[in-house]
Design a protein around this ligand. Structure first.
Ligand SMILES: Nc1nc(=O)c2c([nH]1)NC[C@@H]1CN(c3ccc(C(=O)N[C@@H](CCC(=O)O)C(=O)O)cc3)C=[N+]21
Length: 294
């Protein structure tokens, strides 16, 4: 069996078109377009690329984009002051602080200071708690993108056995919560998990988010399983720098039913989910009911 390749770029583009239509509708009724503020501290070139990409995608669907690039030696007080200003600014519906922050800054305190109604990254403890409690809130972008791809590929997920490899706050834990809410039976595996190969081999859905190149072996994958690869690892191969995921793609794609590539899988969905969350925040902040776009 050869897996079908889940085209994250195409899914993101389709979602982007539906978002653009809702942005236009909102601007028509409420006057102002949704606004996304992205905050970058320091000049890490990879982060600068992502921040520009986010701004470009926001403008592409008709949103306002506010980019704040602060020097690497920015103080905690200065950053907290900017967050307070963005919280108070009515033109800003979504706030994203690009992580990781330089080591001298307390990122938990920064995330805690963001108005939960504008926390389009879904990282504020209130939004994490809402997800765990099954209440409506804002869901982290990468986990939401994984869920959208799974629903588009498998339809109803009820009763399926899912394994999430990696328990990070950013991805693993929220993905597990989302799959549980979809009535999957969820195994949340991590670095201390025993006999990972056997557990992966029992799963209908595999979400790999460990940040280690090709750590999940292709031979472990159950025939017909759906594989979502969250990893983006830059490695040297035959003297060239290439991107690989957390799954051994070449082997896995011979057994899986469907699999996401890296690049072109989860990554493009992450950015479009940020834009999606900004739209959701904008509708809620205007007291309007949120259109369902996926
Ligand atoms: N507060 C916060 N929220 C984030 O969501 C966040 C963050 N900080 N810090 C950095 C990471 C990284 N991230 C990516 C988003 C899209 C791609 C993406 O679109 N990747 C492309 C190609 C990447 C390439 O070619 O280098 C792909 O997979 O096809 C990658 C990485 C969001 N992050």
């Amino acid at each position: 069996m050869t897996a079908s390749i889940i085209d994250g770029k195409a899914h993101a583009a389709g979602l982007g078109e539906r978002i653009a239509a809702s942005v236009a509708a909102l601007a028509g009724t409420a006057g102002t377009p949704p606004g996304l503020a992205v905050v970058l501290v320091g000049e890490d070139p990879a982060s600068a690329v992502y921040v520009r990409n986010k701004g470009r995608t926001a403008r592409g669907v008709g949103m306002a984009s506010f980019e704040h690039v602060l020097p690497a030696d920015t103080t905690q007080d200065a950053l907290m002051k900017l967050i307070a200003e963005l919280n108070a600014d009515d033109a800003v519906d979504g706030i994203l602080v690009q992580l990781p922050l330089p080591a001298h800054l307390d990122s938990l305190a920064v995330i805690d200071a963001i108005d939960p109604a504008k926390d389009v990254d879904g990282l504020h403890p209130l939004n994490a708690g809402r997800l765990a409690s099954g209440l409506p809130g804002l869901v982290s972008c990468t986990p939401l993108g994984c869920l959208m791809l799974l629903r588009a590929t498998r339809g109803d997920l009820s009763g399926l056995d899912a394994i999430v490899v990696g328990r990070s706050i950013l991805v693993g834990k929220p993905v597990a919560q989302l799959l549980l809410a979809e009535n999957c039976t969820v195994t949340l595996a991590h670095s201390r998990t025993r006999d990972l190969a056997r557990k992966v081999a029992a799963a209908d859905i595999v979400v790999a988010a460990v940040g280690q190149p090709e750590m999940v072996k292709g031979a472990w994958i159950k025939p017909g399983a759906t594989v979502i690869d969250v990893g983006i690892n830059r490695v040297e191969r035959d003297g060239e720098s290439v991107l690989v995921g957390d799954v051994e793609f070449g082997v896995a794609s011979r057994t899986a039913g469907a699999i996401t590539p890296v690049p072109g899988g989860v990554g493009p969905m992450t950015i479009m989910c940020l834009i999606h969350n900004t739209l959701v925040a904008a509708y809620r902040r205007r007291g309007l009911s949120v259109p369902r776009l996926w």
